[in-house]
Write a protein that binds this ligand. Structure first.
Ligand SMILES: [Zn+2]
Length: 66
């Protein structure tokens, strides 16, 4: 699971957000708030590159409807 570090929106995977790479490294842009979230590769599974989100452990945050 991926979670935006700013708005805490969660995404089930890269069917919902598109990973990109630039001179600063791999990341995805949150479609909700536009925040950049860093990613890193953690290995390979056959032809598939495994990616996970960088940063501190993700703590589930209750979603508050506004
Ligand atoms: Zn966000």
């Amino acid at each position: 699971m991926l979670q935006c570090i700013r708005c805490h929106e969660t995404f089930t995977g890269f069917s919902e957000v598109e990973p990109n790479i630039d001179s600063f490294g791999m990341h995805f842009m949150c479609p909700e708030c536009g925040r950049r979230n860093n990613l890193r590769t953690v290995g390979h599974d056959g032809d598939t590159v495994l990616i996970e989100q960088c940063g501190p452990a993700i703590i589930p945050t209750p979603v508050v409807d506004r």
